[in-house]
Design a protein. Sequence first.
Length: 342
Amino acid sequence: EGLGELEKAMENYEQATFIDREHYLAYNSLGDVHWKLGNVESALTSYEQAFSIKVDYIPAYIGFARCNEELMYYDDAIHAYDSALEYDNENIVAQLGKGRSEYKAGYYDKAEEDLKRAIKLDPNLSDAHFYLGRVYEQKEKFEDAVEEYHTAGQLDPENYDAFYREGFLLLRLKRDGDAILPLETATKLKPSSVDAHLLLAVAYENTDMLDCAVKEYRRLAEIEPDNKEHFRNIGVLERMRNKYDSAIRAFSRVLELDPDDADAYEMLGDLYRIKGYQAKDWRQYDEEIRWLDMAVDKYQQFMALRPNDESVPFIQQFIEGYRKYKSLPEDERKIVEFYFSW
């Protein structure tokens, strides 16, 4: 159904209603075309005309309710779904729509009742389980919500929202290991989802799967290359894994994105200091001084931005100690132990 075909169909249905003002099927079909074209208010009018002619025509009530739901007129949508159910109390579309609209309107007790009724009519209705999960989440019945989201995902393996919400709540319930699988599924269904990748990274991090967590943060950095927080997270984890060169690259990128990021200056100071100590251990004395000089430079930039930070006195002690150490003759520095940490 291309745009041209839909517009032609609309002309034909309009002509039919002009010829026969009581042609409820034409009005309903006209509403369907308007809906597909995104003309929601025009669709609303057409559906209303259809059921005003034939008061028991259920598709018109459902179309009318769907339009009101789209326009966020939830009370009107609920009333229309109720009208459809008066003529067919087992109409699953109307039953689901009513429960969904009640959820969106904040009528959670009513929504729970109607969504359970929809599930009783069709236990395999993924959307009914998903929205019941949303209701449970609002009512802080988190374990029940997880179960409904899980069922929704099993019934519809393409339901990104179900897998994402399941993973989100499992993290909230401190079930980090259980959250990994649904969040992995969510990222596969929507590879560009920042939220899903971020939660998955957190789940990996909380279960000490740091290599996987770093990979997720790198994917996030590819999706949002101008978001410094992704690079910061990479840097923090790489430092935890003693991968100092990788951490340095990450925090350097943070400063490229934000030259006034005080935390990045401090972290780079720490990393350069560690690299300097390593160079001394490896008897790379020129490298030792090069790294420690860079550490001093980064610390000074940090202190300029955060002069009252609690770590400033310790940094100042390090700088003073290092300057005395550096002033020693090279041969003497080789045998003097210089290590300062806080």
